[in-house]
Design a protein around this ligand. Structure first.
Ligand SMILES: [Mg+2]
Length: 399
């Protein structure tokens, strides 16, 4: 089997998302995806990576994984080079599964769990749907498109969101009420009034549902170290499950200092590319929970090594979502195939919202748990109407 063409697709309406289709002479087509900077990733795939892949055997996944980031300027990052490699890696695993007529989680070693608990990332329907992912600017509150406008929900009535999630059996939620203060002050300090306001959702959740709800706190890398240490101390009273991306995630020593100052584990991070920065942070004891985004970090090939590295350090693994429907599906395959999976990120405003506009199949969620995908490969395809859209840009490199 040989790779005969590589096709990229993107839509103006969902301008963050780029899909790649790896086409073979056996008639098998693999689907991959990445998120953010779609135009840059598209250019890199056609200008650089197509030349390394066309004519090659798509099942040499491990060798391609190394070759796709074999560039002096792409050693460990989530830059366009890594995002491009990630999208292609997903497509290669999809091909492998389709050739063997088995789901990708089987190709990765098989099911470690019958079902995996989820937490709800409390985004709304418009969150990161548009062209930028700058915090607060792209919260995109609009007229509620459905019942799960959870971002507006946690900012105004977090107790009600917690109750609504528990009714669906979902007992963990992620919120980011500190972002407005961080943007206002450039993350340099927080006033007493800002602290009181940002803490309100935590008070409301605990008042409404007590300790039935686990709370993950997302900080989006917006704070400096002294300020986040204050915030971390303040929130400990609410027993959060983790602090995610509390500072810019480029300093092992700063993260280690923070981790030593709080009882709450640090979750890191979909912003780290490849396993090497994870190793340094794990060695330093700076990470309590390991998160990856498979469409940023080098795909399933690198993602499973990161999960395994976490397990080596006795740390749980928690795959990221919030980036696109194929990324979500890939994360779920990864969750099921890793023994140390703690919980799978999911966004009910997305898996009942814009994700359904783009792909044929999404993971089934029941009683606060995600179930394994069933079809061969990743088990999902772009919907036929995506190919008919007038806002579609499609580019092909051929043998
Ligand atoms: Mg995050």
């Amino acid at each position: 089997m040989r790779i005969t063409a590589i096709e990229t697709l993107r839509l103006e309406e969902f301008a963050n998302v780029l899909w790649v289709r790896v086409i073979t002479d056996a008639g098998v087509v693999g689907l991959g995806e990445t998120f953010y900077g779609a135009g840059a990733v598209e250019a890199h795939i056609h200008d650089v990576l197509a030349g390394r892949l066309l004519g090659k055997d798509p099942l040499r996944i491990e060798a391609h994984s190394r070759e796709l980031v074999n560039l002096p300027m792409a050693q460990a990052s989530t830059g366009a080079e890594y995002r491009a490699a990630s999208a292609i890696d997903l497509a290669l695993w999809d091909i492998f599964g389709k050739v063997c007529d088995m789901p990708v989680h089987q190709m990765l070693g098989g099911l470690c769990h019958d079902r995996v608990p989820i937490y709800n990332t409390c985004a709304g329907y418009g969150y990161v749907r548009s062209n930028s992912i700058k915090p607060v600017d792209t919260w995109n509150f609009g007229a509620a498109a459905g019942p799960y406008e959870d971002l507006n929900g946690f900012m105004t009535d977090a107790g009600a969101v917690a109750e609504s999630l528990l009714e669906q059996g979902i007992s963990a939620m992620k919120i980011w009420p500190f972002d407005p203060a961080a943007i206002e002050n450039d993350g340099r300090f927080i006033t007493a009034a800002q602290m009181r306001k940002a803490v309100e959702p935590f008070e409301k959740i605990r008042k409404a549902v007590g300790d039935q709800m686990r709370i993950m706190v997302e900080f989006h890398c917006l704070w400096n170290l002294p300020t986040i240490k204050r915030i971390a101390r303040e929130l400990e009273a609410f027993d959060p499950t983790w602090y995610e991306d509390p500072i810019r995630m480029n300093s092992v020593s700063a993260l280690k200092e923070l981790a030593a100052s709080t009882t709450v584990p640090i979750c890191a991070s979909e912003t780290l590319g490849s396993r090497f920065p994870y190793k340094d942070m794990l060695e330093a004891g700076a990470i309590g929970i390991v998160m990856t985004d498979l469409v940023w970090t080098g795909g399933l090939t690198e993602g499973r090594k990161i999960a395994s590295l976490a397990d080596t350090y006795h740390r749980p693994y928690a795959p990221h979502d919030c980036t696109g429907p194929v990324a979500y599906v890939a994360a779920v395959h990864s969750s099921f195939s890793q023994p140390n999976t703690m919980i799978q990120e999911s966004v009910r405003a997305f898996y009942t919202g814009w994700y359904t506009e783009l792909v044929t199949e999404l993971p089934r969620i029941e009683d606060g748990h995600v179930l394994p995908m069933e079809g061969p490969g990743l088990g999902t395809e772009l919907r036929p109407d995506v190919f008919q859209r007038t806002d579609l840009t499609c580019r092909v490199s051929k043998l």
